[in-house]
Design a protein around this ligand. Structure first.
Ligand code: CA
Length: 241
């Protein structure tokens, strides 16, 4: 597994590289945002937010426009707002300095496992799965079609089906809501299902992802916030029926 390490502090970079190599990863290290954008992204990106040439958030956004590679943000900024922004920009997880190496490896394994599971079901290597019944894999909610096997989401607008470019987390969240359209999912259920049961981040993260999905669906009415409870998915009343 190849890690792209984006870290400008030479002592942190070299000790982290050594530890990662010792744990069996291959590591490509760059020290600036521009180098990160130009580099081979590998299987997972570890991105320090405090870089000399660019803001880490801009690097995150730039990577996200070309790739769904898992991104783990490494930050010394512990403020909640920064954390939310990091995730809203498409990072999959974050660690706050100082962090334990074991914690970091656990997070790398978690995000890459999820990404590989998504890629595996989308790839041709899984043609043997074609025998199975597809009905559980495809959820249709009005003009919205979610295919869990291929991780594709399409939305029909004016008779034309367009594919939505969702991040892995956005896909999981939308897919979870679509399991039971109209039913309210609590924030806790969403966090446990889409992130991890041991997630300790702010629940505002859910709002950030909901906002991202609404934007991509082009109508905020798709996901209704139920005050004090959570969210539900439903077909917007205007323009689709
Ligand atoms: Ca730094």
């Amino acid at each position: 597994m190849q890690v792209l390490l984006v870290e400008d502090d030479p002592s942190i970079a070299s000790s982290l590289s050594d530890s990662l190599v010792g744990a069996g990863f291959s590591v490509v290290h760059v020290a600036t945002g521009q180098e990160a954008i130009d580099a081979d992204l590998g299987d997972v990106v570890l991105l320090d937010l405090g870089l000399p040439d660019m803001d880490g958030y801009d690097v995150c956004r730039a990577i996200r426009t070309v790739s769904n590679v898992p991104i783990i943000v490494i930050t010394a900024r512990g403020e909640e707002l920064d954390r939310v922004l990091g995730l809203e920009l498409g990072a999959d997880d974050y660690v706050v300095k100082p962090f334990g190496f074991r914690e970091l490896v656990a997070r790398i394994r978690a995000v890459t496992r999820r990404a590989h599971a998504a890629a595996a079901v989308a790839g041709p290597a899984n043609d043997d799965r074609d025998d199975r019944d597809d009905s559980d894999d495809i959820v249709i909610v009005g003009p919205l079609r979610i295919d869990r096997r291929t991780h594709r989401v399409t939305l029909e607008v004016a008779g034309v089906a367009g594919e939505l470019a969702l991040t892995p987390k956005e896909f999981e969240l939308l897919s979870f809501l679509a399991d039971d359209p109209g039913a309210v999912r609590t924030r806790t259920d969403i966090v446990e299902h889409v992130w991890d049961a041991n997630w300790f981040g702010p629940t505002k993260t859910v709002d950030a992802h909901v906002a991202g999905i609404r934007r991509k669906l082009g109508d905020a009415g798709w996901i209704e916030a139920v005050r004090g409870v959570g969210f539900r998915l439903e077909v917007p009343s205007i323009g689709t029926e």
